[in-house]
Design a protein around this ligand. Structure first.
Ligand code: HEC
Ligand code: HEC
Length: 249
């Protein structure tokens, strides 16, 4: 779509979305939001997942979305009057725990969100995207439009349909594509630097590729499902990466 920056900026200005002083790009933010999708939904009909619904989060008291069980620290910040604004969200996303520690003046405060988004432009863009998705006219029916080109199969049917040939698993282009997804999405729970307790250390030699596909596609307990974030082909590529002897967490 609006991949070129000047064009995107022009479109955003035309729509009145740009904020003077810092440029934000909701289109670019849609791509960044892939990193959030395993835990958050946004737009009409969004539901709580591992993280709370983000529709309308700008202007909302922190830690107050219905029926979501927030950490004591984020709830406390909300009770003390923290209301999310765009600049505060941009700050929060860089390091949620550090943000809460400063805010609450409590060195032991802890965020329930372990994810950090380092790049400042990415943070601005993703907040612009969340804002755009929160307005009623853009939020309509989009999830359905996305899903309509997928075959009407149940999760279990999709999983049962997967077979992994040696040729697929050893194809270097699958390895590379899967590796990229791994480092973007999986290392903050499964990487060697993830603090203990986030997720088990993977033992790829013990898994059948079909098992890895099933876990990644559908999730399991605290392991998020990725079927709404990635296509079946992309998930197959992650499987190829995890099953490769060159896999390194
Ligand atoms: C691994 C799961 C996970 C990922 C990935 C994740 N979050 Fe979160 N997020 C959470 C959880 C859990 C909370 C609740 C934090 C708490 O209770 O302290 C949260 C809270 C938030 C809040 C505060 C919401 C409120 O109602 O006060 C915002 C805003 C947010 N996340 C945005 C994002 C964005 C944007 C991304 C992607 C760049 C992202 N999150 C990625 C799990 C995640
Ligand atoms: C929010 C943290 C989190 C993220 C991000 C995450 N996982 Fe997991 N994963 C888990 C947890 C927790 C489990 C254990 C679930 C259980 O069995 O209770 C798990 C289990 C798994 C398993 C099964 C392991 C076993 O021995 O049973 C596989 C395979 C896996 N994850 C792959 C991935 C891949 C590939 C990605 C990236 C696309 C990913 N995970 C991202 C938390 C995460």
């Amino acid at each position: 779509m609006f991949k070129s920056a000047p064009l995107a900026a022009a479109v955003l200005i035309a729509l009145g979305w740009s904020t003077p002083g810092h440029s934000q790009d909701a289109e670019a933010g849609e791509t960044v939001f892939k990193k959030c999708k395993s835990c958050h939904q946004v737009g009409a009909g969004a539901e709580n997942r591992a993280g709370p619904v983000l529709t309308g989060v700008v202007g909302r008291s922190a830690g107050t979305y219905d029926a979501f069980k927030y950490s004591p620290s984020l709830s406390a910040a909300g009770e003390q009057g923290l209301v999310w604004t765009e600049p505060l969200l941009v700050e929060y996303l860089e390091d949620p725990t550090a943000f809460l520690r400063t805010r609450l003046e409590d060195g032991k405060a802890r965020s329930g969100m372990s994810f950090k988004l380092k790049d400042e432009q990415d943070r601005k863009d993703v907040v612009a995207y969340i804002l755009a998705e929160s307005s009623t006219d853009t939020a309509e029916a989009e999830p359905d439009a996305e899903k309509s080109d997928e075959p009407a199969m149940s999760d279990d049917e999709v999983i049962a349909a997967q077979t992994f040939e040696e040729a697929f698993l050893t194809d270097p282009s699958n390895f590379e594509a899967g590796k990229e997804i791994w480092f973007e999405q999986c290392t903050h729970c499964h990487g060697y630097k993830a603090y203990p307790g986030k997720a088990p250390k993977l033992k790829p030699a013990k898994y059948k590729p079909e098992f890895v596909f099933k876990r990644v596609y559908k999730g399991f307990k605290k392991m998020p499902a990725w079927k709404d974030t990635y296509t079946v082909d992309e998930i197959r590529q992650v499987v190829a990466y995890v099953k490769d002897p060159g896999f390194s967490p």
